[in-house]
Write a protein that binds this ligand. Structure first.
Ligand code: SAM
Length: 292
């Protein structure tokens, strides 16, 4: 690895991403995976989530312009948003890239209270964009194994050896994963921390092993942790020094490697209760709520 690579790789810089991006050589990143302020009035210890609509959209276009040259030609981008500004921001990105998916993250918000003059919003909107047709995408790394009951139900001779049954299914574009609650062991002291389960899926599917993931808005450092757990490199930025300290503390902990994908059984065994997918549990924050 050359010295110039060492200078920026596997680091989170505690600075404004728009200035810090100059550290990263053009065409050196496999995946931009980023979760910018949604402009809902949250307090991140800075004004980034409390801008006028015009300023927010201008600022967003500015960082997009600065970030996209860092991508390799076959690279990809995932962006977390909500319905409030995803229409405008998706259009910005569609002018520059090809949109592959709108992924809905169902945060599994329990049914209680909420809006009385509209429907309670319980999802985040994630855009998946690519630079060109031969973009990197490893579906096999993120397939979800069929549970024993489904495999049993498909055990008739016509299904024996069926590849789709053995390799598991495509995760589809509706991801139902609980937001993180305060008691969850993964939880750090950041108001809009994202679950590793979601970020790791994106990393495994859209960044090759040993590739580089860029997150301009690291927050508690979830993207860095996920990249490291999946055997990828990372680089990123965070403006708030308190969050930078959280990132450093998280990175200082030895991480067990991400569990290897479960191997689906060769054929359906004895009937068992339906296996539940591991999930993060209940939650304590709501990204889509406008702060009072
Ligand atoms: C939605 S949060 C990211 C949460 C993160 N995905 C996680 O899992 O913890 C957005 C973060 O961007 C940071 N931020 C805002 N403007 C920034 C800028 N110009 N440069 C770097 N970070 C910035 C905020 O301080 C905030 O922590």
């Amino acid at each position: 690895m050359s010295e110039s690579v060492d200078a920026w790789l596997n680091q989170v810089f505690c600075e404004d991403a728009l200035a810090g991006l100059a550290r990263i050589p053009d065409g050196s990143v496999d995946l931009i995976l980023t979760d910018p302020p949604y402009n809902l009035g949250k307090d991140y210890g800075n004004a980034s989530d409390k801008q006028s609509v015009d300023d927010y959209l201008r600022w967003t276009e500015q960082w997009i312009e600065l970030a996209l040259p860092k991508l390799k030609p076959n690279g990809s981008l995932y962006i977390f948003l909500t319905w409030r500004f995803s229409p405008e921001i998706f259009v910005m990105l569609k002018r520059r890239m090809t949109m592959m998916n709108e992924i809905i993250w169902d945060r599994r918000v329990p049914s209680m209270g909420g809006s009385v003059r509209s429907y309670s919003s319980v999802h985040d909107t994630i855009g998946f964009f690519v630079g060109r047709k031969d973009y990197y995408f490893d579906l096999d790394a993120v397939r979800i194994p069929y549970d024993a009951a489904t495999k049993k139900a498909r055990s008739r001779s016509i299904f024996v050896g069926a590849k789709w049954l053995e390799v598991g299914y495509n995760p589809k574009d509706l991801w139902s994963v609980s937001r993180l609650h305060r008691e969850h062991p993964e939880r750090a002291d950041h108001p809009t921390q994202k679950p590793l389960e979601i970020i790791e899926r994106m990393v495994k599917a859209s960044c090759p092993p040993n590739g580089v993931v860029l997150d301009l808005f690291m927050g508690s450092g979830t993207t860095a942790i996920a990249a490291r757990r999946c055997g990828r490199n990372f680089v990123g930025f965070e403006l708030n020094p308190d969050y930078c300290a959280i990132i450093n503390a998280r990175l200082a902990q030895p991480e067990p490697a991400a569990p290897a994908p479960k191997k689906p059984a060769k054929r359906a065994a004895k009937p068992k209760p339906v296996a539940k997918r591991a999930r993060t549990t209940i939650a304590a924050m709501d990204d889509d709520e406008v702060a009072a």
